[in-house]
Design a binder for this molecule. Structure first.
Ligand SMILES: [Zn+2]
Length: 299
């Protein structure tokens, strides 16, 4: 199952206080597929969400509608009975804006804000698997509900944005912290923790990758340097010039040929710490120069 599905499972199982149940029901209805005096409907992949939507209709009208299955396996709640739609509209109409549109309105208590967001997500939300991408969105039925939702999220300290996609007003969150906060606020704490875990795993993996790359680069540099030193020493040996070098360089050359792959640091240790890494590098520089090679390291 998808991450979105798991979040809805967690949200649909939350037991609400009476004040919260009303706000969750309002959100489920307002953010459903249709919400008017003519029809109320929701189409969802999630049975729990469909159940909560049917509960919402029942809370305001006293009539619990049936849930049907579409051919594609989705769950559908469809209410065309005017007595039921009128009763629901009567409740929702308590909050209307200046243009007489149904709206979110003022939600007094923090617990109810959480419940409202939970209802909106159950009806209209999706969240991408955090292993793939950080993206959570609500498909809003109208521009003004999208704006109100953004304002409601902002009041809860969560930054969201709006875009129009295929004629649908989409409110979305892109930052992992914002998604984590919203999941926690809505009550999907288990999935919020999973998201944090996925993020931590990613961060750790990135750090490890950076370190491995860094170490690989260092190793490549040191292998290249040792190769060049051996090349220089071989040239000096073949041309009989090695024995003409000062003793400190001959000792180092011998040590390099006996330990062809050791790093400079290892050679320093073999020398008993009488020289520093840069001291040894300087001597190798002299050997390389004596062989007539250029001392610039290969990239
Ligand atoms: Zn409440």
């Amino acid at each position: 199952m998808s991450f979105s599905y798991d979040v809805k499972t967690e949200l649909s199982q939350i037991e609400n206080a009476a004040c919260c149940e009303t706000q969750q029901a309002r959100a489920l209805l307002l953010f459903g597929r249709a919400c008017s005096g003519v029809s109320l409907s929701l189409l969802t992949e999630h049975e729990g969400a469909a159940n909560r939507y049917a509960d919402a209709v029942a809370l305001f009208s006293g009539v619990k509608p049936d849930i049907s299955r579409s051919e594609s396996g989705n769950y559908k709640v469809q209410v065309d009975d005017r007595n039921v739609t009128d009763a629901v509209m009567g409740e929702l109409s308590a909050a209307r804006n200046a243009k007489k549109q149904l709206c979110i309105g003022k939600i007094e208590r923090d617990c109810c804000v959480s419940a409202f967001l939970r209802g909106a997500f159950l009806s209209a939300g999706t969240v991408t698997n955090p292993d793939v991408e950080y993206h959570l969105e609500f498909s809003c039925p109208s521009a003004h509900l999208a704006e109100e939702l953004i304002a409601l999220l902002q009041k809860a300290g969560i930054e969201a944005r709006r875009t129009l996609r295929g004629g649908v007003n989409v409110v979305y969150l892109k930052k992992s912290e914002a998604i984590e906060e919203l999941l926690t606020l809505m009550g999907a704490t288990e999935n919020s923790l999973l998201l944090m875990g996925a993020k931590m795993y990613k961060d750790v993996r990135n750090t490890v990758n950076r370190r491995v790359n860094f170490e690989n680069a260092n190793t490549a540099r040191s292998v290249a340097a040792a190769g060049k030193q051996r090349q220089a020493i071989e040239i000096l040996q073949k041309t009989g010039r090695l024995k003409e070098l000062p003793e400190e360089l001959r000792t180092l050359a011998e040590m390099r040929m006996e330990n062809p792959e050791s790093t400079t640091k290892e050679l320093v240790e073999m020398l008993g710490g009488t020289l520093t890494v840069s001291g040894v590098n300087h001597r190798f520089g002299r050997i390389i120069k004596a062989a007539g090679l250029s001392d610039t390291p290969k990239k």
